[in-house]
Design a protein around this ligand. Structure first.
Ligand code: SF4
Length: 170
């Protein structure tokens, strides 16, 4: 009886493992142990008091000896948008500060295609300077729009709070 129970549990566990593997593959999620997921059940956000950042990557995977954030996106175009790369950079920084371990890269899954984004000195510097600019805008209370795209404003979740919306027009 015990043996039959063990066989059933083993078969069930194998089935789950196979289905997780298939799902990871079909979504473009890279190989590696998933340590955190925000997609099926909401996960606790990562928080850094040092850089005053918070955020939730879709996944954190362990690859070799590193923890890597994974962000899954869909959208138009052939490649990830730069704003998504910066969002991933925030997760890399948060992971580094919360785990104390070096994060060499993050993964952006864009339309089911994984892109490895190196968290290199160039991206680190850019992130730092964007954060500084945002903080200075917040302090001054003046935040200027940096685009002329009506479509972006139409679908923006901040539209109701924004006083600089690109006006509707021809
Ligand atoms: S509505 Fe405001 S915050 Fe949103 S995209 Fe337009 S300008 Fe930016």
């Amino acid at each position: 009886m015990l043996l039959i129970g063990a066989i059933i549990i083993f078969a069930y566990a194998s089935k789950i493992r196979r289905s997780v593997r298939a799902k990871k593959k079909s979504c473009g999620i890279p190989k590696g142990m998933i340590l955190y997921s925000d997609l099926n059940v909401p996960a606790a956000p990562l928080f850094s008091s040092r850089s005053r950042l918070t955020g939730k990557p879709d996944y954190i995977v362990r690859k070799d000896d590193h923890f890597l954030p994974v962000e899954v996106k869909t959208g138009g175009g052939q490649h990830p948008h730069h704003s998504q790369v910066l969002q991933l950079a925030v997760y890399c920084q948060l992971l580094e500060e919360t785990t104390g371990a070096f994060v060499p890269e993050g993964i952006l899954v864009y339309n089911n295609v994984p892109y490895t984004i190196p968290f290199d000195p160039k991206l680190r510097f850019e992130l730092e300077s964007v954060i500084k600019r945002m903080r200075s805008c917040l302090r001054s209370g003046v935040v200027q729009r940096n685009h002329q795209e009506q479509k972006r404003c139409t679908h923006c979740s901040m539209r109701q709070y924004c006083n600089d919306v690109v006006p509707d027009g021809p």
